[in-house]
Design a protein around this ligand. Structure first.
Ligand code: FE2
Ligand code: FE2
Length: 326
């Protein structure tokens, strides 16, 4: 019998260490918002573990080429989806700065925005959503998206995500995003609930929710959405923590934004945070939260505790016109 995560709702998802018979499984290792917290030990960990793909959800730094180059130097297969911080100055100027252009050039095909990457060993295709998301209803700078991707509206962005999914070679998809889709709850403690400013409200991305609706309508299965952006520690209520692992139907939603991702362990040593997923034939077998020590060794691996969302995804209005950007 597979081990369960403690949640009665997760009966079909074993989350504990895998038995020996599961050696044929593939590993996707997720790195949440980096915000410059990147150690030599993190590179050593990835290079030693050799995941089938390392997924970076963005916010590597504040439009910071040096941190991007450090991550690119890690000898591991990787896919990156840049966050709002990675284009911070460009959003201010509503045009790509030289630095953002250099970052995008350096990343090349490893930046998965509106692209697909195959992971045959896992039986999944990884589809990249819209980069640089700030969350909420606005794209912030349609000018910047137009300049880089030829996109000015959320609807065009959704269409570009769907287009990437159309090129997927597998029926089972993992979506890599910076922010979660709309429709996962509006409490501050929810996986993408707004906890700042006037707290409360769903801060998810409408374009991603619309894209998922269409992708599933095409008969593809979105097995997981991997994102960050909404940090684990809440502004309101101060000191509170957000739910970061949610399951609805056959889709897992994993928010890897434990920020800062480096902490002092209960024993006094320094350790950093990763999320590790095991996959086989398009199915997620296990999700674990890892703490990695200064030598790059795993100090602890804890099965993620998923909260089950009842019902189906709220229907996204195809005719909705979002604000043109703030
Ligand atoms: Fe962040
Ligand atoms: Fe962010």
């Amino acid at each position: 019998m597979p081990r369960n995560c403690g949640s009665a709702a997760l009966r079909s998802l074993p989350c504990g260490p895998l038995p020996d018979s599961s050696r044929a499984s593939a590993t996707l290792t997720i790195v949440g918002d980096v915000h410059r917290w990147w150690r030599a030990a993190d590179a050593a960990h990835l290079e030693r573990q050799r995941p089938d793909l390392a997924l970076f959800v963005g916010d590597l730094g504040d439009e910071d080429l040096e941190i991007v180059q450090r991550i690119l130097a890690v000898q591991v297969k990787k896919a990156v989806l840049l966050g709002n911080h990675d284009a911070w100055q460009s959003f201010g100027r509503r045009t790509a700065t030289e630095k953002l252009t250099a970052i995008l050039d350096a990343l090349g095909d490893d930046h998965l925005a509106y692209r697909v990457r195959e992971v045959p060993a896992a039986g999944v295709s990884v589809v990249g959503a819209r980069p640089f998301s700030w969350g909420g209803p606005s794209l912030r700078s349609p000018e910047l998206y137009d300049e880089i991707y030829g996109i000015r509206t959320g609807k065009q962005s959704a269409a570009a995500i769907v287009d990437a999914a159309r090129h997927a070679q597998h029926r089972d998809l993992v979506i890599l995003a910076h922010n979660m889709p709309l429709g996962l709850g509006d409490a501050t403690t929810d996986i993408c609930g707004k906890d700042f400013g006037k707290p409360g409200g769903d801060w998810g991305d409408r374009d991603l929710a619309l894209a998922i609706q269409r992708i599933e309508g095409m008969g593809l299965r979105v097995r997981a959405v991997v994102a960050g952006h909404m940090h684990h520690k809440l502004v309101h209520p101060r000191g509170g923590e957000r739910t970061r692992f949610v399951r609805r139907g056959g889709t897992l939603f994993v928010n890897a934004a434990y920020v800062p991702r480096v902490r002092t362990s209960p024993e006094g040593g320094e350790e950093s945070y990763f999320v590790r997923m095991q996959w086989r034939a398009g199915e997620c077998l296990a999700v674990e939260e890892l703490w990695v020590d200064v030598d790059g060794n795993v100090r602890s691996a804890t099965p993620a505790r998923f909260v089950d969302l009842a019902g189906e995804a709220p229907v996204v209005d195809e005719t909705h016109d979002e604000p043109a950007g703030g």
